[in-house]
Design a protein around this ligand. Structure first.
Ligand code: NAD
Length: 488
């Protein structure tokens, strides 16, 4: 079942300098996750095309870097404006790409506009350098310069392509770099629309290049000697391959990876608010397919059963179905492979002693042709078991009881990941203590929302290296040079 959005999307293409190419070395059939049917053909870039794209970015670099900062700022600001004006088009692309519900896809456009605008604002206010010594006793005048790298290789995944583009490209461009983007072949529409809008905004040919493809194209981009830094969003296994490749030439990289973020609910919390939040972020919005979601729910024993019931009741209210539906909150997962992975991880969790509270089986009936999985709650999960330790990337919530603050902290810090942490308590002192003690890149107390452009976002451990967002996200795209001038 699918409700057409009625919006014509451009055919997926490669963008190499001024060229727009509909042919790669092969073609990938894009499957609409809502219907299971082919809804587009994706040209897959060859290694030679990746090389051409890098050459185009390399050739565009010096002119882009030399452009007066105010002009770079205006072009990026114009891109933000065009994205906002084309909200319906970008949202339609998002729905077609990965089955994001209309509400989610629309909200993402709003967020992507803000990220683009934020970094456009930095472009002519760059913290480019500072005086480190002014001559005098040492006999030299010293200053540090921050310099753009050149070509940035950006590899993104399929779960939120517009957000990934907005978190990487404007910051890289504001700093004076050019980019070659390798999107996932699973989400070709959004990058194509983004490239069209960038051109309309006056961003010169070659500054943004796009080479859709699979692992081979990604690997070719990472290895290319003219790619000076890699920024990657995806899973830890791919990140290891990228890190190994970068290690050969000591190429720097930003890695934005997965998570198994703990959500700590204490007995003194506003339980209704916490339950609504847990349900929405675990099942609604992106059907569990986002890195920072609170997928490990740790609940104090005294309110354990009561809280699980509240989360299940909230999730039962979510309309599931066609992404284009006006009220749909839960869309499909990305493909059959995701359904198989969810089934297999759920089966293992139940064998390990987990208790199925709700969900647990792919939806049939009129949704049978799409890849729909219902909100699924597994209680009594072993903190060291497979469901507590591994990311599912689907609408499956692992629930674990805890006794007190120390016990909660021990469980929370007991995975290899370190992306996000969530705390629900009316004791602000406890909130602050835990915010300091939890080993993650971000903390949200009582439902605070951190994923805004001005705040750094990034993980530690298996969740990654480096940041996107804020000044930290901008600084990733500079290298530092120390200059000394003899004064005597
Ligand atoms: P993945 O690692 O399989 O693929 C990501 C991208 O890497 C794709 O474009 C893919 O084609 C490319 N790729 C694959 N092999 C490659 C190689 N050898 N060299 C270079 N590129 C290669 O990612 P996935 O599993 O499909 O994505 C889901 C993961 O992404 C989850 O773990 C999720 O948590 C993570 N994610 C993280 C963030 C974040 O900001 N931290 C955001 C979204 C998703």
């Amino acid at each position: 079942m699918s409700i057409e959005t009625g919006i014509q999307l451009p055919a997926p293409s490669l963008r190499i300098g001024a060229q727009e190419l509909l042919d790669g070395e092969s073609t990938h059939e894009h499957i609409d996750p809502a219907t299971g049917k082919v809804n587009g053909l994706v040209p897959m870039a060859s290694t030679a095309q990746v090389d051409q794209a890098v050459q185009a970015a390399h050739e565009a670099f010096l002119a882009w870097r030399a452009l007066p900062a105010g002009q770079r700022a205006r072009k990026l600001m114009k891109l933000a404006e065009l994205m906002e004006e084309n909200t319906e088009l970008l949202a339609a692309a998002g729905m077609a790409d990965n089955g994001a519900p209309r509400i989610t896809a629309g909200n993402m456009v709003g967020a992507a506009v803000e990220w683009t605008r934020y970094y456009a604002g930095w472009a002519d206010k760059l913290p480019l350098g500072r005086i480190t010594s002014n001559g005098g006793a040492g006999g030299s005048f010293g200053h540090t310069l921050r310099q753009p790298y050149g070509v940035i290789g950006a590899i993104i995944t399929w779960n939120a392509p517009l957000m990934s583009l907005a978190m990487k490209v404007p910051a890289a461009l504001a700093a004076g770099n050019t980019v070659v983007i390798k999107p996932s072949e699973l989400t070709p529409f959004t990058p194509t629309v983004f490239a069209d809008l960038a051109r309309e905004a006056g961003i010169p040919d070659g500054v943004i290049n796009i080479v859709p493809g699979g692992p081979a194209a990604g690997a070719a981009l990472v290895e290319h000697r003219l790619v000076k830094k890699v920024t990657f969003t995806g899973g830890p296994a791919t990140a290891q391959a990228i890190a190994a490749s970068c290690a050969k030439t000591f190429k720097p990289m930003i890695l934005e990876l997965g998570g198994k973020s703990a959500n700590l609910v204490f007995e003194d919390a506003d339980l209704d608010k916490a339950a609504g939040h847990a349900a929405f972020f675990s099942f609604g919005m992106m059907s569990g397919q986002a890195c920072a979601l609170p997928t490990r729910l740790l609940v104090q024993e005294s309110v354990y059963e009561q809280f699980i019931e509240k989360v299940a009741a909230a999730a039962a209210q979510f309309p599931i179905g066609d992404p284009a539906g006006e009220y749909t909150m839960c869309g499909p997962v990305i493909n059959q492979a995701a359904i198989d992975r969810i089934d297999s991880m759920l089966g293992a969790a139940l064998e390990e002693g987990g208790r199925l509270v709700t969900g647990g089986q792919r939806l049939g009936g009129e949704l049978a042709e799409g890849f729909y999985y219902p909100p699924t709650i597994v209680a009594d999960v072993d903190p060291n078991g497979s469901l507590a330790q591994n990311e599912v990337f689907g609408p499956v919530l692992a629930v674990i009881p805890f006794r007190d603050e120390a016990h909660a902290l021990q469980i929370a810090n007991g995975t290899d990941y370190g992306l996000s942490g969530y705390i629900w308590t009316s004791d602000l002192g406890r909130g602050l203590r835990l915010a300091e003690s939890m080993e993650t890149g971000e903390i949200a107390v009582n439902g605070a929302f951190n994923a805004t452009a001005e705040r750094p976002f990034g993980g530690i451990g298996h969740s990654g290296i480096g940041n996107e967002g804020g000044l930290e996200g901008l600084e990733e795209f500079f290298w530092t040079k120390s200059v000394g001038i003899a004064t005597r």
